[in-house]
Every structure is written in structure tokens, then in C-alpha cells.
Design a protein around this ligand. Structure first.
Ligand code: BT5
Length: 265
């Protein structure tokens, strides 16, 4: 796969942003960019960004794997130190999804839709995902460490995906005719994350509204699993805490929390 490596000059041409990029760490391979930032949360500053060309144990939600051949994706995590009572951890998946949509639209002609809770889709195929993890490192009392991880498939051709993902995954390369500038996607993602962090800090309605505009789920029929039980129904809302509100086929409404729910379809 021919691909320009991600460099600091390409990602932050004018230096660190308002909150992000001080420092920007670029590595060839890690187990998982999220795992690294969580492990080093106590020693790294707020706003640290880590990007890798390749991950040996890329993580999805609920113990799943995130697959990416070397140099094909944007694999980025950011570390934030937030006060214990901050609402940001609960909003971070939404924030990252909205930022990823904006970044892809700035850098390419592709439009993404958000699929609850953390998927980035082009029509019926998954192009990216968000993984938010929160810990309280030993000895921390007033703050928590929040790591927001984003994976975006950029340069993959169909044969680069494992057979199990061949039908369900896609990449920018597969979706747009023009050559994909992967460093530009990463740069725009940083810019959009930084901008949305500023917006979210004002605690207004903008983020939830932007997410709703991007969300393809309203009115969709879904199948979900929670605590070993499966449910079918129609999405009627996503509430302020980010729960999916479903009108169940068997009758009644039920809320599903992202942390405990698997989406079957
Ligand atoms: C996600 O999980 O979609 C979150 C992905 C987050 C990845 C980033 S990369 C940088 C940072 N560091 C990490 O270690 N992780 C984050 P989930 O919704 O659980 O989706 C995982 C499922 O998506 C897998 O079980 C596969 O079915 C599918 N999948 C795996 N890799 C994929 C890919 N490259 N493209 C599309 N689908 C994929």
C-alpha cells in the first residue's frame, strides 16, 4: 500500500491547537493507541495525541478488535484530564463521531452517517468507529483520565479487510474517486476534535443537535442484545445521556445504554 506516513508537519502545520497536540506522539506500531494513553495517563499531559501506523491489538467496544493494515488508516487517540464531575466522558463518543464526520467531509467528498452508539457508516458499510475509555489513575482524586480513540479506514482496498469484514467494511479509497490524502484526514480530525471540545465546554445544545443531524437511526428498525437477551424494535429517540430509546416490537419503550448494549442490526 503506497501511503505517506503521518508527520507532525502534516498534522499540525501551525503547531498545537487550543487543547490538543501538546504533545503529538507519532509511532509506527503499538498494541493499541487507547491502551498506551490509558497506561501512561498519569505521566502525560492533557491534550496528548497519539497516532500509530499500525496496531497489534487494536480495540473495539466490549472486547472486540479493530483491524487495520499498516499505513492504511487514521488510528488516533487523545488524552484528556477532566474534573470528576465533568459531563464530557458521557458526551465524548458523540463528540468524536461528529468531529470525524466533519473531518472526512473537509478532506474528501465522502459523507458519513453516525450509527448509534459509536459507528461511522457510508450507507450500509462501516468506515470507522469511536472507542471512549475512562479511568481514575491511582492517587488521582479530583480528576479522571478520558481517552478518545478513533479509527478511520482510509486507503484499504477490498482485499485488505479480513474475510469476515469484506462485506461490512469500507474505506475512503473505496468510496471516493479522487486520491485519498490520509494525513489531511488526520489533520482535519484534530482540528474538528479541538473545535468540538471548545463547543462542548460551553455546555450548550450544539453537540447533541449536530449528532442528531448526522444520525441515520431515527425511525430505523434495530435488533439489540443486552445482558444475554435480544430485543427488536424501532428507534424513537436518543436521550440526553446518549441512550437509545426504542419502541419494542413486543410493546413498550425501553432505553438501551451504550456501555452494555450490542447492536445486531
Ligand atoms: C469500534 O468498536 O468501532 C471502535 C473502534 C475504535 C478503533 C480506534 S483505532 C484508535 C484507537 N485505539 C484502539 O485500540 N481503538 C481505537 P466496535 O463498535 O466494537 O466495532 C468493532 C467491530 O467492527 C469488530 O468486531 C468488527 O466486526 C468490525 N471491525 C473491525 N475492524 C474494522 C474496520 N477496520 N472497519 C470496519 N469494521 C471493522
Amino acid at each position: 500500500m503506497s501511503s505517506a506516513r503521518l508527520t507532525a508537519a502534516a498534522l499540525l502545520p501551525r503547531g498545537p491547537l487550543g487543547r490538543l497536540g501538546r504533545p503529538l506522539l507519532l509511532v509506527d506500531q503499538v498494541d493499541s493507541t487507547n491502551a498506551q494513553l490509558l497506561a501512561r495517563a498519569a505521566e502525560l499531559p492533557d491534550g496528548t495525541v497519539l497516532c500509530a501506523e499500525c496496531q497489534s491489538a487494536g480495540r473495539g467496544r466490549l472486547g472486540r478488535r479493530w483491524e487495520a493494515p499498516r499505513g492504511a488508516s487514521v488510528l488516533m487517540s487523545v488524552l484528556l484530564r477532566e474534573p470528576r464531575e465533568s459531563p464530557l466522558p458521557a458526551q465524548a463518543t458523540m463528540l468524536a463521531a461528529v468531529a470525524a464526520c466533519a473531518a472526512v467531509e473537509s478532506a474528501t467528498t465522502c459523507s458519513l452517517a453516525v450509527r448509534w452508539p459509536n459507528d461511522l457508516f457510508v450507507q450500509r458499510r462501516k468506515l470507522g468507529g469511536v472507542l471512549v475509555e475512562v479511568i481514575t489513575p491511582p492517587g488521582w482524586t479530583g480528576e479522571r483520565a478520558l481517552v478518545i480513540g478513533i479509527g478511520l479506514n482510509c486507503l484499504q482496498h477490498r482485499g485488505h479487510f479480513p474475510p469476515a469484514l469484506a462485506e461490512s467494511a469500507t474505506s475512503l479509497e473505496l468510496e471516493v474517486a479522487a486520491p485519498v490524502d490520509r494525513p489531511a484526514v488526520a489533520r482535519e480530525l484534530l482540528v474538528a476534535l479541538d473545535r468540538w471540545l471548545t463547543v462542548a465546554a460551553r455546555r450548550g445544545p450544539e453537540l447533541a443537535l449536530a449528532w442528531r443531524r448526522r444520525c441515520g437511526d431515527y425511525g430505523a428498525r434495530v435488533q439489540l442484545a443486552e445482558n444475554g437477551q435480544s430485543y427488536a424494535g424501532t428507534v424513537v429517540d436518543i436521550d440526553e445521556a446518549g441512550n437509545l430509546v426504542v419502541q419494542l416490537a413486543e410493546g413498550g419503550r425501553r432505553q438501551f445504554a451504550a456501555a452494555t448494549t450490542t447492536r445486531i442490526s
